[in-house]
Design a protein around this ligand. Sequence first.
Ligand code: GCO
Ligand code: MG
Length: 402
Amino acid sequence: MKIIRADVIVTCPGRNFVTLKIETDEGVYGIGDATLNGRELAVASYLRDHVSPTLIGRDATRIEDIWQYLYKGAYWRRGPVTMTAIAAVDMALWDIMGKRAGLPLYKLLGGASRDAVMVYGHATGRDIPEALDRYAQHIEAGYKAVRIQCGVPNMRSVYGVSKGSDKYEPAKKGIVDEESWSSEKYLDFIPKLFDAVRDRFGFETHLLHDVHHRLTPIEAARLGKSVEPYRLFWLEDPTPAENQAGFRLIREHTVTPIAVGEVFNSIWDCKQLIEEQLIDYLRATLTHAGGITHLRRMADFASLYQVRTGCHGPSDLSPVCMGAALHFDLWVPNFGIQEYMGYPEAALDVFPHAWRFENGMMHPGEAPGHGVDIDEALAARYPYEPAYLPVARLEDGTLWNW
Ligand code: GCO
Ligand code: MG
């Protein structure tokens, strides 16, 4: 089964998505997500100019060999642009393999390890009462796990809090927005937020929170320690993870579970974190970490140390990634949780999908492959619109980690 075309489709149904469509001489095609928020066109060019021409004529069933070819063959290894491009090819080829076999992807991977996949939603509020109301809405919708983010008193802007609308979307059309940050104000406030959640809702739901790389290791240790009574499911990205050894400091001080890795793109980004058991959940996901072929390798390695998966699943990963991730989650033995924050309606129309949500649990469906398609005519009605993630500055103007 030979590859005869590999086209890149860029569309903006509410936000930008990059999709790779691979077609074969047997008429079977597959699609993969190549969306890298704020740097979409870099991956589109990498695929269009440097990868697609090398795919033509290759056997579409040689998924592993094509992965190795793109990884080793570029000479320049790793990095988010390269690994996102490889991921898109990999996802599309697994989709083709499933369609050809007439099997849903999770069965190709080894079959279901569970009946459905637990997901967590996002409750965000400008203040505690609003955040608690959103939390309540999630419980009513059946969610068993909820991430809470909340405006901090006397702080102009806070990661994760939408300005008005219900859905949080960090990328801003056309401009790079500047937000401000104070670790001191945040550290004082967060225990009060969790206290209010547990006070009103008890310990029934899993409670999650994202620090979004904002603290130093010792501050993160202090936060983890101070929120232990609220028994979080996880505390996410408490400090940037380039220095993996930095997490030792956090581990020495707290038993609050730690989740890291939405910006990881390779097993090398988390080798020490996993080997030294410095984290509990790995956030890497298919689109940014080399697709199914590579994420499977990372998850297997993590399983040796009882580290579980917690795939990144914001609306800036396309519904194609979400579909493939749900197959991965249904199979992966060391599954923890999957993020699911929903999509703009227009995006769901452009990407018809087989997955379903019921009572806080999701299932990828039984369609062959990953079960997500693209309506190209509809996609063409939403041209690319430049949009960028914000940056954060400390109150004195110092550029900080957003
Ligand atoms: C999350 C993430 C996102 C990122 C976004 C960047 O936990 O869902 O932190 O909100 O900020 O994916 O593109
Ligand atoms: Mg995050």
